[in-house]
Design a protein around this ligand. Sequence first.
Ligand code: ADP
Length: 637
Amino acid sequence: MTLRRKTLLVTGITLISLIVLLYISSYIILMGSYSDLEAQNAKRNVERALNAFQVQIDNFNTVALGYANWDDSYQFVTDVNQLYIDSNFIDLTFSDNQLNLVVFLNNDLQIIYEKAFDLQTNQEIPFPESFRQQLLSNPSLVTHTDVRSIISGIILLPEGYLMVSSQPVVHSDGTGPINGVMIWGRFLDDTQIQDLADATALTINVYRFDDDFLPEDFQAAKTVLNGDETMFVQPLDGNTVAGYTLINDIYSNPALLLRIELPREIYAQGQTTIFYFLIALLVISAVFMLVTVISLEKIVLARVGKLSATVTHVRTSGDLHTPILMTGNDELANLADGMRSMLGALAQSQTTLQQAHDDLEKRVEQRTIELSQANSLLREEVAERKQAQEKLSQARDQALEALRFRTQVLANVSHDARTPLSTIMLRTELLQLQRYGTITDGQHKILELILLNARQLLNFVNNLLTEAQLSSDKIQAVYTEFSPAALLEEVSGSMIPLAEKKGLVLKTEISADMPEVINSDSHRIQQILANLLDNAIKFTTQGTITVSIYQKNKTHWALEVADTGIGIPTGVQQHIFEAFWQVDGSVTREANRGVGLGLSIVKQLTSLLEGELSLKSEPGQGSTFTVVLPFSRGAGR
Ligand code: ADP
């Protein structure tokens, strides 16, 4: 919805609400006042009617007074002469005075004359019994204490409602003593009421208070007037308003309900006034709205529209230099100023942004070139790497081939070396045993030396072969059942001559709880023990070398070689198991005739047999190597 429409809507709704509220409030206030005025007017007219009614009674009293204060009447009460009646209460007297009833009573309250007359038919009619009874039963109507007293008012009878005037009969000059009572009565029929209406120029209706069939409006009035109210006003319809009052009888009991009707001129006047007020309100509002809308259009809407159009133009064209045309010295002009400076700042930042963008593009271009150069370099490098890798792979293949070749050569060499070595050793042993003739002690010693060196050479060749096999993963454990005691005996037996030659004692111990037979690779265990014993003898100058076999736990047994030799410094203990590694030192060099393969092979063979190798050693105190092995393959894992 546009601002213009919203403004129109808001102004329209506000004005319509204002008109409605003003109309309702003025209607309530004005019509309230007019209703009050109407009610007051109605009450005034009710009073007028009452006054007119009182005038009728007063007139009736006045005429009656002429007869009551009269010597002839006085005389009549005394002697009841017919002449008085015949000359004074002829039919004409009744019709002239609109009289319906005349009664004379003496001081003993005995009726001495009574006459009833029908004014319609102009004939005497029977005296109403009901009135007679009332006269006789109710003395208040006939009791006069004063010569001037007049009792007048309304009496309700079954025949109708009667206007009565009861006066004492006194002398013509108004003096007493009172001689009886004269009562006049006039039925208030429609003619009488019409007279009253004519006299007041009002529409008058009268109903008996005790009427069982009162019209609805009279019933409402009866209810109100039965309380404290003396008058009651209510509209009968849109054109007529009615005022009500109650007329009591002479005994002060409610007797008649009197209603006057009036045209609702005041009310109509009120409505006309409100109608004109509404017209005026509408015209003023229309003018006001027109002025407001035109002013708003000129001061705000048109200018806001102009600003909006400018903003739309900037948005669609993207032209930040669009001029913003706005004059004046108000908030809109300030807004236009703000927009101008905002557009300026935007244009500035756009330029900066464009520059940054151009800059960035240049840098991206530069980086792309660099990247492509780096890329080609990388590609070259990758190619080189690939080449190198290929070369490396070739080298590895060659190395593997060389290794295979070396292993093969070593295997051949060791085989070729071991066969003659075995022959040499066998023949030497036979020579020693003097199978080829008697030998001297000197010859025996020489043969012993030959055997020693041959054994060491065999050990060396064996080690070389094992190392070659281990490094090319060509070695596998061969499990058989064998006696550990026999193995110990065999290996240490072959080493005893070497130990003795150095003046060392070689002891063997096997614990009693060791089983007779165990399942392992006896050949490899022999190799382990031979290497450890070889080292122990090599690096011990004096003392004892002890080889023990014992049960470590339920699943493992231990092979331990302890010497009292030079020991191994703590710092190098971790290196001695590496292949071709030897402790640097004069003592070792002197004692050592090996190449640093023995312990490396021991370690690798131990793990091949699922065992563990440990060392305890202190320089000068000797060394103890312990190999812990399972009783059978897979045990203890
Ligand atoms: P080698 O062939 O030199 O004996 P090993 O691998 O058997 O090679 O031993 C490595 C080195 O460990 C030896 O050179 C020696 O210095 C040291 N070594 C080995 N056993 C002992 C030992 N029982 N007592 C002292 N040093 C030892």
